[in-house]
Design a binder for this molecule. Structure first.
Ligand code: FAD
Length: 318
C-alpha cells in the first residue's frame, strides 16, 4: 500500500518520522536503534533524508589545499531498502534537485523501482553551503516542480532522453512535497508560496508535509489558506522537539520559523541542555495533543537523530 493510502485509511492520526543517513564512515546501527526505539508506536512510514555534496578543503601532501566535493551523508537509497527489508515498513526516500543532475536522478529512480520502493518526497533541496543562493547543477533542476515532470514522465514509461522503456511500468511512483506554514524563506509572500504549492499538487503531489513549526495556529491558518486556494490533499504537520539550548537561536535562523514567546521564555530559563530537552518535550507534547485533537491525518516527527524525545512525546500522545 502507498503512503497516501495508509494515511487515508488510518482511523486515527497516524505516526511517522524521519531518519538521517549516518555520517560517512559510520554504520547503519544508529538508524536501526532509532527505529527500534519508535517502532512500538506503529509508524506508517519512515522518511529518509537526502544530503547534497558540499565543497570541502583537503590538505595535500605538499601542504597545499585542494577543494573537493564530498557527500557527508550518502546512502539514502540503500538505507531505505535496508529499512524496508528489515522492518517491512513503508519507506519514503527524499529526492532532491540540489546537487543532482537529471541523469543521476534517473538512475536513482531505476534503483528504487528495482527495490520495490515507490513512495518519494520530492524537494528542491537546500543550497550548497558555499553558495549564497540556490544554484542547480549542470543539467539539473531549480524547483521541485521540474523534478515532478521527470517522475511523471518516468511513470508514463519515458526516460529523460525521450526513449520509451522496453517494458510497461508495473508500479508507479507516488509522491508528496514540502509546504511552509510560515512561508519559504525565498518566497516574497505566503500567497505566492501557496500558489506554487498548488502547482505542485496539480502536477501530481498526493500530500504535503510541512516544515517544522512551534505554533500550531500557524499550521491551522496555513491549512485553511490551502483549502481556500483549492489545495485539498492531506497537509501533514511536521514537528520537532527542541533538544538543546542553542536551538532557540539556531532553528529560527536555519529553518526560518518563529518560536512563540511563551516557549522561548521557558527555554531561556533553562540552565542545561537536559532542562531544554525537557521543556522541548513538554512543548511538543502540547503541540501533538492539540494537532491530534483536531484530527490531523498524521503527525510527522523530525527526529534529527534524537529518538528518545520523540518516544516520550509519542508515549503521551499515541
Ligand atoms: P520548491 O518547491 O522548489 O520551492 C522553493 C521556493 O521557490 C519557494 O519559495 C517557492 O515558493 C518557489 N517556487 C516553487 N516552485 C517554483 C517555480 N516553479 N518557479 C518559481 N518559484 C517556485 N532539504 C534537503 O536538502 N534534504 C532533505 O532531505 C530535505 N527534506 C525536507 C523535508 C521536508 C518535509 C521539508 C519541509 C523540507 C526538507 N528539506 C530538505 C528542505 C527543502 O529542500 C528546502 O526548504 C528548499 O529550500 C525548498 O524545497 P522545496 O521542495 O519546497 O522547493
Amino acid at each position: 500500500m502507498k503512503v497516501i493510502d495508509l494515511i487515508n485509511n488510518s482511523k486515527t492520526t497516524a505516526f511517522s518520522f524521519e531518519v538521517l543517513p549516518p555520517l560517512k564512515g559510520n554504520g547503519i546501527e544508529k538508524v536501526y536503534k532509532t527505529i527500534d526505539t519508535l517502532r512500538e508506536f506503529d509508524p506508517k512510514y519512515i522518511n529518509i533524508t537526502t544530503h547534497r555534496s558540499e565543497m570541502v578543503y583537503k590538505t595535500m601532501e605538499n601542504g597545499l589545499f585542494k577543494c573537493v566535493a564530498e557527500r557527508h551523508r550518502p546512502g539514502t537509497v540503500a538505507i531505505a531498502a535496508a529499512i524496508k527489508n528489515k522492518y517491512n515498513i513503508n519507506v519514503v526516500p527524499h529526492i532532491l534537485c540540489s546537487g543532482f543532475s537529471k541523469e543521476e536522478t534517473e538512475y536513482v529512480l531505476i534503483d528504487l523501482d528495482f527495490l520495490g520502493i515507490h513512495d518519494l518526497l520530492l524537494l528542491r533541496g537546500d543550497k550548497a553551503k558555499h553558495d549564497s543562493s540556490f544554484k542547480p547543477v549542470a543539467n539539473g533542476y531549480s524547483h521541485a516542480t521540474e523534478l515532478q515532470v521527470q517522475i511523471n514522465r518516468f511513470n508514463e514509461g519515458y526516460f529523460e532522453d525521450g526513449t520509451k522503456m522496453k517494458e510497461e511500468r508495473v508500479e508507479k511512483f507516488s509522491y508528496g512535497v514540502a509546504g511552509y506554514p510560515e512561508k519559504h524563506d525565498e518566497s516574497p509572500n505566503l500567497e505566492s508560496d501557496i500558489a506554487y504549492l498548488k502547482q505542485k499538487v496539480e502536477a501530481g503531489a498526493e500530500y504535503v508535509v510541512t516544515q517544522m513549526f512551534f505554533d500550531n495556529q500557524k499550521y491551522f491558518d496555513f491549512v485553511k489558506r490551502c483549502r481556500e486556494e483549492g489545495i485539498n490533499v492531506p497537509v501533514i504537520p511536521g514537528i520537532k522537539p527542541i533538544t538543546k539550548m542553542s536551538q532557540l537561536n539556531i532553528l529560527p535562523k536555519v529553518f526560518h520559523v518563529d518560536i512563540p514567546e511563551a516557549f522561548a521564555s521557558e527555554l531561556r530559563k533553562c540552565k542545561t541542555d537536559e532542562e531544554a530537552k525537557r521543556a522541548g518535550i513538554e512543548w511538543c507534547i502540547m503541540q501533538a495533543k492539540e494537532l491530534k485533537a483536531n484530527n490531523v491525518p498524521s503527525i510527522h516527527f523530525y527526529t534529527m537523530s534524537d529518538a528518545s524525545s520523540v518516544k516520550q512525546i509519542a508515549k503521551n500522545v499515541y
